[in-house]
Design a protein around this ligand. Structure first.
Ligand code: PSZ
Length: 288
């Protein structure tokens, strides 16, 4: 049997039901996190819980549980579900109330749900690299909040899928922001360049791990806006996310990145990322 968490209680997944007037369902009025599990351990859990807290604060939802309580709950969930390699999905909405755009005046109890899913590392793609398309970034101006409102991201990802691509790289005019569910990095003359973590992108946990590793590997980093021209002229391009790790990009809108193979700096960062997984979660059965 699979288990899920609903408002602090461990339930049979099939029994864990939410009211149709939950504001997450009606307005997307909530935030979420996806956390990677390797060897039954939650990778960069503290960083995810800190970001969740920030997202909640930004939309004026008082955290219904402390990070300590969440840590205990999520570990119980992973153990109950015997999860080795996969993800934990967790969301918190403002709660259930009669439909009205403004926050419920009498107060409302936030609704926490969490479940797990088995998911292998995308090893074949981590080796080969992936293809991408370009699409205009039509999202709102608070992309730093990990909001449940993902309609623009969903449409962008579907456009990628329709073109047999792994990801859609978004841009505001000539400026590249991020993928539909990932951060984007380019490498030019040995320098790693990626969009600053401002309100136009999500401050990826994976991005931050990679930036720290660049520092220890003495790879120069420029966190600055870069253009579509810089993207197409890059030596190497990769994307990062909780499930995609350090994913080489070998094609953008039908044009190959350099010779169409993952480059040396990307490979070095993949290796460093695997080392970080091993340090936090123990030995991996397979590596890239
Ligand atoms: O399973 C999946 O496809 C996942 S798990 C996490 C993501 C996708 N994406 C997170 C994300 C995002 O949605 C946007 C718009 N930008 C960047 C990221 C990367 O964030 P981290 O590294 O925290 O997962």
């Amino acid at each position: 049997m699979a288990y899920a968490i609903l408002n602090g209680k461990m339930l049979d997944r099939a029994e864990a039901k939410v009211d149709m007037e939950d504001r997450g369902y009606q307005f997307g009025d909530g935030v979420y996190e996806v956390i990677r599990v390797y060897n039954g351990k939650l990778f960069t859990l503290d960083e995810h819980l800190e970001r969740l807290e920030r997202s909640l604060t930004n939309i004026s939802i008082k955290p219904p549980f402390t990070n300590q309580e969440l840590t205990e709950m999520l570990y119980q969930l992973v153990e109950k579900n015997n999860l080795e390699t996969g993800i934990v999905y967790m969301q918190i909405t403002r709660g259930v109330a009669p439909r009205n755009h403004a926050f419920p005046s009498g107060g409302v109890t936030p609704c926490l749900t969490a479940y797990t899913k088995e998911l292998a590392r995308p090893l074949a793609q981590l080796k080969s690299g992936v293809k991408t398309i370009l699409t205009e970034d039509i999202r709102w101006l608070r992309c730093d909040i990990k909001s449940l409102n993902l309609l623009a991201n969903v449409l962008a990802k579907q456009k990628a899928a329709d073109n047999n691509c792994y990801e859609a790289i978004q841009h505001r005019g000539h400026e590249v922001t991020e993928g539909s569910s990932s951060n984007v990095f380019i490498i030019k003359n040995g320098v790693v360049i990626t969009h600053p973590s401002d309100q136009l992108i999500l401050k990826g946990i994976t991005k931050d791990v990679i930036l720290k590793q660049c520092e220890s590997l003495q790879i120069p980093v420029e966190e600055r806006v870069f253009s579509l021209d810089e993207l197409s002229g890059a030596d190497e391009v990769f994307l990062s996310s909780t499930t995609s790790e350090v994913m080489p990009i070998i094609e953008i809108a039908g044009n190959s990145v350099k010779d169409g193979n993952p480059g040396p700096v990307t490979r070095k960062l993949q290796e460093a990322f695997e080392q970080e997984i091993v340090e936090q979660c123990g030995e991996l059965k397979q590596s890239i």
